[in-house]
Design a protein around this ligand. Sequence first.
Ligand code: HEC
Length: 233
Amino acid sequence: MTRAEITPSEARTGGSPIGRFAVLLVGVVAVLAGLRWLITPDLEQRNYEFFPDMATSLALESQSTSTVLATGLGQQALVAGVVPRGRLPFHYAATDEEAARAGRELANPFAKDDAAALTRGAEVFRVHCVPCHDVGGAGAGPAVMRGMLPPPPFAGANAMQMEDGRIFHLLTRGRGNMPAMGSRLDADDRWRAVLHVRALQATPAPQPPTPDANGTIEGDSEKIPGEKAEDPK
Ligand code: HEC
């Protein structure tokens, strides 16, 4: 097609089917935009729901108000003395006397040859206790390597004569720099950890991990500040 053959209408639309389609598209979009402007939806209103099903529930939202209950609230207060499932109350305060009482009154619900409890106890110990007490319970964990005051070794006279209940009290309430773990570990896991402490005490004390020439502790990729040896290169 030469220039002379293009009709005026072809010239307007670009002269090709694609060009005409583009013009049509722009027209349609413009018309739709105009309609939308004419309708101007009320943004405060929900869109029309075709199948609401159970999207809007009749149940009260928690924390909402209610005209049914005398308190005017949708949520009722717990009846006094309610014990939540899986969380038995611990009736021993965070004092030495109470720790001694726990030592007299409480016994480990797990037997010391309960293999499953021992396995779980070792895992709890690895995650929650090793940072301070180290794997063998000597009191030279990574936190101590980095300046925390060392906890007494489990093989020491004090820990050896502590009753299970007293250690459980210690894990639950904490003591000195030893953090309270009652909110972090459930009661069963605390008892299993006690079981693991007893198992450690029954085996000869392993040597605490010592940093090698590069200041690296086995199983710990970080260097100890100040103990890093010069690179031989
Ligand atoms: C943040 C460090 C830290 C963690 C984590 C920690 N402990 Fe301790 N632990 C200590 C310190 C510090 C003491 C000494 C407390 C004191 O001086 O009264 C201690 C004391 C103890 C004792 C008594 C030792 C004695 O001779 O009096 C036992 C048993 C014990 N911890 C077991 C555990 C177990 C089991 C865990 C894990 C569930 C654990 N600890 C987690 C720091 C820690």
